[in-house]
Design a protein around this ligand. Structure first.
Ligand code: PLP
Length: 382
């Protein structure tokens, strides 16, 4: 049994130590931590639905109707009419024949990849894909090829040499950079190679496209070009869980084979009811996306004026590159003293030398809150 302390100490010295903050109060974008009020600029609640009264009321009604826990896996007695109605609503929303609920995005990614890919197959993943996609790939035992970020020429070359079943997987919106995958080019390559194309749209759904249908819709693509769409419900939808949308045969295959679907408790029915309420708001209230776009434009204009190293992102994820981890931490501490909570993202979550502040915007940020962010950024000292 090895001593764990030296490795922990080593991490601390490299400014890579991770620690949790205890949130003492949370009212929408207003938090309290260590008695200090802070405005939250690091959540993924892009549309401000996590605390929406209609969503909360649907969850309370769901608890009255169904109780708190689902009590079993989907394949036993955990799959209620509430889950089923949400799956149908998600299929209708995304324009895919069917959708299947998972308990989390991490599990959805594992389930899909391991159900479809195995030894002798080849999986192609953008180097900046989310950790859950990489982990799912490792678990599947397929050969894993990671191509440089959005470099579709390299991908096409790698694919020409590959054997077995082939699958390309990409984030729709890259979670730490905020930029978009080049989906039209990926779709062309996948079609030419008779390969699967899977898009993890955790950060695109609700935010991009008509009615918030995400990055696939943003590029005017659909099930024909992107046969597997994964979406999470804990981000713009403001609730919890995830889903996979695809053909009838794909969804039935996942029900038979996806171990992270089969061997886990179904999410509470009340969460499904809450998500149905939030989906209605996502579709109908396009002012939330317009508000987000207004804030994105204003933040970018301000940061460029200040000469801050913004990354090229058109989404609510707006990273400012600090370079080394110590500087990213120092910046986030300066913002925190000014009442602004922004995450410092460090290796290994992002490549060494690209530690950054990851500012995320929400339609729920008020004008005074947003002004407070801008003024705190103006006073950042390198
Ligand atoms: C958050 C996230 C996930 C994981 O989803 P959870 O529901 O939080 O497990 C998967 N992929 C991407 C790109 C994400 O940002």
């Amino acid at each position: 049994m090895r001593d764990l302390q030296p490795a922990l100490e080593n991490r601390r010295q490299q400014q890579l130590y991770r620690r949790r903050r205890v949130v003492e109060k949370c009212q929408g974008t207003a938090l309290q931590i260590n008695g200090q009020p802070l405005i939250n600029f690091c959540s993924n609640d892009y549309l401000g639905l996590a605390g929406h009264p209609d969503v909360a009321a649907a969850m309370q009604q769901g608890i009255r109707d169904w109780g708190v826990g689902s009590g079993a896996a989907h394949l036993v007695t955990g799959h209620t009419a509430a889950h089923h109605a949400l799956e149908e609503a998600l299929a209708d929303f995304t324009g895919y024949p069917r959708a299947l609920l998972f308990s989390s995005g991490y599990m959805a990614n594992q389930g899909v990849i391991t159900a479809l890919m195995g030894r002798g197959d080849t999986l192609f993943q953008d180097r900046l894909n989310h950790a859950s996609l990489i982990d799912g790939g490792l678990l599947s035992r397929a050969k894993l090829k990671r191509y440089p970020h959005n470099e579709t020429t390299t991908l096409a070359e790698q694919m020409a040499l590959a054997s077995g079943e082939k699958m390309i997987i990409t984030d729709g919106v890259f979670s730490m950079d905020g930029d978009l995958a080049l989906l039209p080019a990926l779709a062309t390559i996948a079609a030419g190679q008779q390969a699967w194309l899977m898009v993890d749209d955790a950060h695109g759904l609700g935010v991009l496209g008509e009615e918030g249908r995400g990055s696939v819709d943003h590029f005017s693509l659909g099930p024909a070009e992107v046969p597997i769409l994964m979406g999470t419900l804990g981000k713009a939808f403001g609730t919890f869980g995830a889903f996979v949308a695809g053909s009838e045969a794909l969804i039935e295959t996942l029900i038979q084979q996806a171990r992270s679907y089969i061997y886990t408790t179904a999410p509470p029915a009340a969460v499904a009811e809450a998500t149905r309420a939030s989906l209605r708001i996502v579709r109908q209230e396009s002012w939330r996306r317009e508000r987000l776009n207004e804030l994105i434009g204003r933040l970018r204009e301000h940061a460029l004026k200040l000469g801050l190293p913004l990354m090229d992102s058109p989404t609510p994820i707006q990273p400012i590159v600090a370079g080394d981890a110590g500087r990213a931490l120092a910046w986030s501490q300066q913002l925190e003293s000014a009442g602004i909570l922004v995450g410092a993202i460090r290796p290994p979550t992002v490549p060494v030398g690209s530690a950054r502040l990851r500012i995320t915007l929400s339609a729920a940020h008020s004008d005074p809150q947003f002004e407070q962010l801008l003024s705190a950024l103006s006073r950042l000292q390198s």
